[in-house]
Design a protein around this ligand. Structure first.
Ligand code: ATP
Length: 458
């Protein structure tokens, strides 16, 4: 990771430029919640659109859904969340801070050991044997590890008793599993096919932090591919490739990305892998690709009493499909892309320019319209209203042209169009490229196509 990028710089830029604000800020905030501002909402929407385009729109075997956040509580019994989902947490008796045992083990081993799949006893033994200390006070004096259920609950408040409890979903994928039969029947999809969704999840995380990296409310972009078990490893490997290609195509550098295959697997899984990104705080999970066997559909079959079998129309074989899951956090990816895009350039005149080299397709504004002087605003507004029919545009007539360029560089606007007195004479404008800072002159009639061609995501 480039030394220039620190989390503080990213957080400050996001706050000052309208990408992201602390949640409920005027009340002193609400820890680990963030509000996307005018620039941030455009950026994140563009990321979500790019994901949907790549994995749903361009893939004839994938179908989208938008399932309810509040689900029948039995779903969470079937998924195992009510009973056993939970982070292994322990408290430091000395300084009274709370930690995740798996995170401490992974940090202590510098990522060489994955605690995923370890039992509480195995983790406790590891911590003792390797003298893993509290990162806050440096002592090793922990309570026993307990599972902590990170599901937020709410209530339908009909009777006020425990049967009213409703969960805020901790993952979106259950919305696909419960709709497996509906989607297959209405689309007449043949296995292998996938159901995809983008939506909010909620987790009462023990150790949230690092800005958008781990929050208590976040968006997931994920799909579940239903396949024959004999095809499942090919499909799993295919998604490993596609997931990596996608984030590279969005602009993450190859040497900031790596696969992390899991050694310890859930009892039903044949394979699991994360793609990690080199965040300013080190290598961390960006997304996961998981082989989930027939676990999910078999559990829903058991708890709902509905037959979840797929009938192969050619062989007449009936079976529960195996699931390959690919899941990536929209907020975590937003953070990775912000870190990757951030740059401080030394200019020839000795000044430093902060520029976000965001992929044009993802840029919040595609173009800013800047009249050189206020008395050119009428013509500039005409250009704005023409271009804003095609894409998000900004309009700025305040301050020197140099300062206006800098403001656009900091929010990653790929093009600035300057309206000057020649524009009134010959209908041409100057268009400046964010990355090269080069300027060319174009006729106003050519502008929309010129920009359109540069901001496509393929
Ligand atoms: P982690 O090990 O980081 O807790 P996970 O393995 O629990 O993640 P999954 O349940 O597989 O994650 O979720 C898929 C993706 O959702 C993750 O790869 C990540 O991008 C995103 N994600 C998970 N938890 C959070 C969170 N608390 N805040 C932001 N994004 C998250």
């Amino acid at each position: 990771m480039d030394k220039k990028v620190t989390m503080d710089k990213i957080v400050n830029l996001c706050k000052s430029r309208g990408f992201i604000f602390p949640g409920s800020e005027i009340y002193g905030g609400f820890a680990n919640t963030w509000d996307f501002g005018p620039i941030g909402v455009e950026f994140k929407n563009n990321i979500k659109r790019a994901w949907w385009k790549r994995f749903v729109q361009e893939d004839p075997t994938t179908y989208g859904v938008d399932a309810a956040i509040l689900m029948n509580p039995t779903v969470w019994q079937a998924s195992g969340h009510v009973e056993s989902f939970g982070d292994p947490k322990m408290d430091c008796k000395n300084c009274k801070t709370r930690h995740r045992a798996d995170t401490l083990i992974e940090a202590h081993s510098k990522g060489k050991i994955s605690a995923e799949g370890m039992t509480n006893e195995e983790m406790e033994a590891y911590i003792e044997e390797h003298d893993v200390k509290c990162p806050v006070c440096g002592k090793r004096d922990f309570t026993a590890i307990r599972k902590f259920n990170p599901m937020f609950t709410t209530s339908r408040a009909m009777t006020g008793d425990a049967s009213d409890v409703v969960y805020l979903r901790p993952e979106t994928c259950q919305g696909e599993y419960v709709n497996f039969l509906n989607v297959q029947r209405t689309t007449r999809a043949k296995v292998p096919f996938a159901i995809a969704q983008i939506g909010k999840s909620f987790r009462n995380e023990i150790t949230p932090g690092n800005f958008l990296f781990r929050t208590i409310e976040f968006e997931q972009m994920e799909l579940q591919k239903f396949c024959k078990d004999s095809d499942s490893m090919d499909i799993y490997n295919d998604y490993k490739n596609r997931a990596l290609n996608f984030v590279e195509d969005l602009g993450l550098a190859s040497d900031h990305l790596r696969y992390h295959d899991h050694d310890k697997l859930a009892h039903y899984a044949k394979a699991a892998c994360d793609i990690q990104y080199l965040f300013p705080m080190g290598w961390q999970e960006l997304n996961g690709i998981h082989h989930r066997g027939t676990w999910d559909l078999s559990r829903h079959q058991e708890f709902s009493g509905k037959n979840m079998n797929y009938l192969d129309p050619i062989t007449n074989e009936k079976y529960l499909p195996t699931v390959i899951e690919y899941s990536i956090g929209a907020d975590r990816l937003t953070l990775a892309l912000l870190c990757e895009a951030y740059d401080e350039e030394e200019l020839e005149n000795g000044e430093t320019r902060v520029v976000m080299h965001i992929l044009p397709a993802l840029a919040p504004y595609k173009v800013a319209i800047l009249p050189l002087q206020k008395n050119l605003s009428e013509k500039a507004k005409e250009v704005y209203s023409m271009l804003s029919k095609e894409f998000m545009c900004d309009y700025d007539e305040a301050g020197s042209i140099g300062k206006r360029y800098r403001r656009q560089d900091e929010i990653g606007t790929p093009f600035c169009v300057t309206i000057d007195f020649d524009t009134l004479e010959n209908n041409t404008v100057t268009i400046r490229n964010r990355d090269s800072m080069e300027q060319i002159r174009l006729n106003i009639d050519e502008l929309a196509k010129y920009i359109q061609d540069s901001v496509k995501f393929n």
